[in-house]
Design a protein around this ligand. Sequence first.
Ligand code: SF4
Ligand code: SF4
Length: 165
Amino acid sequence: MGTATGIIKALNSGVKHLAVKRFTLRYPEQKLKFVGDGYQFDPSSGVAIAGLKGRHMLFHDHCTGCQLCSIACEGVAEAIGMVKVPDKWGQNAKSIMPQIDYGKCVFCGLCVDACPFYALYMSNDYELSSFTKEGLIYTPAQLQVKPQVQQDSELIIDKRGARHG
Ligand code: SF4
Ligand code: SF4
């Protein structure tokens, strides 16, 4: 009796869900299209610009090497290390810039809030998986690369965050 009831319940649940549209996306063929370019912070006005907190974007021509982003991260995840960069920038006397370990980063955005020079934003790039720990460490050179819009995927816009397929 118990088994029969269980089967009926399972079938009932299955039938009910036939009418429910799928909530998940067929990743990677389908991906979310985000509004805006990601999370930013305007240090002049102290106002944040809402957006996805994905992989950071570092603007070398703005970064002074002040380390405030690294200090902000110290109490959170210690994901930022300051490293030497080969290029000389007039505003960056020590030629040091942040390198970010995405094995540690919790995507809180505090480093972006701490940057006074419009040098650090967060982009819509969330595809950061790697087979190695080293592959999760992004150098200043990697952080300055703008994320590419995927040409081989159907981009889905949805007000609820995901649309039924
Ligand atoms: S977003 Fe990542 S790198 Fe920036 S402060 Fe938070 S944990 Fe650190
Ligand atoms: S990214 Fe901003 S906070 Fe970090 S070192 Fe460069 S200028 Fe300073």
